[in-house]
Design a protein around this ligand. Structure first.
Ligand code: CO8
Length: 264
């Protein structure tokens, strides 16, 4: 899919095909580092995704970097209040991405450091090129991960590994990220986007309301007590039977046909 720069965004390239949206962060001079303007553009973009879109893919423009972190030149002069505000802008955006009703795939094509690793972790699924590098180098700059990295890394890879990665600030290669469960799969760089699109197409064939409920359940139930989590799932399972897609899915199965889901 061809990604296009439009007048609407200075730092984003976008594409849309078969109800799959792709957005690439594009700030080549800083290896796609996230400044306030990029955070605002990305927030605007995800807030205005077309209702028909079933899957969003986030990637980095160019061959070298997904996102090389938050923009250090912008952060250098911040004080306590400025740090809180910048951290909140990133954290709010990443939570917005995490709670979108559609699945979000991070196609990590290069450096995913600091805020870049945190952006990837806010996505539902991460796949990477074998050139990708992951890490949380913030303590080497005198700060901590501030776009929710301390929250999500421990949940994804476990507390011991998260502490090691954050305390050492070391970067790990894609194969190590795969081994510890930070990414789901690793591809040759030229195969990465096709792999992301193939996964997105597979997801887009399924019932969108069911997928949004499944995403909400997995996200919300993560830190609920088991009894509450089971009730939460049961409630959403029941709600599926209020949808036309459930009728269509089961009708199609029983008639040995392919279901056509409308998201109703
Ligand atoms: N911010 C600003 N500029 C950057 C960043 C960044 N994060 N990363 C790279 N750049 C710039 C470089 O300064 C350089 O600019 P110039 O050409 O003008 O000198 C250009 O991009 C190319 O970079 P390099 O020449 O360094 O390229 P290399 O291939 O030699 O190295 C690296 C690539 C390893 C990615 C290296 O650039 C690097 O280490 N970058 C910084 C990575 C980093 O530390 N990221 C974490 C930042 S902190 C963060 O993300 C915190 C998130 C939470 C914020 C909370 C706010 C309160």
């Amino acid at each position: 899919m061809e990604l296009i720069a439009t007048n609407e965004y200075q730092f984003l390239k976008t594409g849309l095909e078969d109800r799959i949206a792709v957005v690439a962060i594009s700030a080549p001079k800083s290896l796609n580092a996230l400044n306030s303007a990029i955070l605002a553009e990305l927030s605007h973009y995800v807030s205005n995704i077309d209702e028909d879109v079933r899957v969003l893919i986030i990637t980095g423009d160019g061959e070298k970097s997904f996102v090389a972190g938050a923009d250090i030149s912008e952060m250098a002069s911040l004080d306590y209040l400025g740090g809180c505000a910048f951290g909140k802008a990133g954290a709010d955006l990443f939570r917005q991405i995490e709670t979108l009703p559609i699945p979000v795939i991070a196609a990590v094509n290069g450096f995913a450091l600091g805020g870049g690793c945190e952006l990837a972790m806010a996505c539902d699924i991460r796949i990477a090129s074998n050139k990708a590098k992951f890490g949380q180098p913030e303590v080497g700059l005198g700060i901590i991960p501030g776009f929710s990295g301390t929250v999500r890394l421990a949940r994804l890879v476990g507390m011991g590994l998260a502490k090691e990665l954050i305390f050492t600030g070391k970067a790990i290669r894609a194969d190590e990220a795969l081994r510890i469960g930070l990414v789901n799969a690793v591809y040759e760089p030229e195969e990465l986007m096709n792999a992301a699109l193939e996964m997105a197409r597979k997801i887009a064939e399924n019932a969108p309301i069911a997928i949004s409920y499944a995403k909400e359940c997995i996200n919300q139930e993560w830190d609920m007590p088991a009894e509450t989590a089971i009730e939460y799932e049961t409630e959403h399972f029941g709600k599926c039977f209020d949808t036309e897609d459930q009728k269509e899915g089961m009708r199609a199965f029983l008639n040995k046909e392919k279901a056509e889901f409308k998201g109703l």
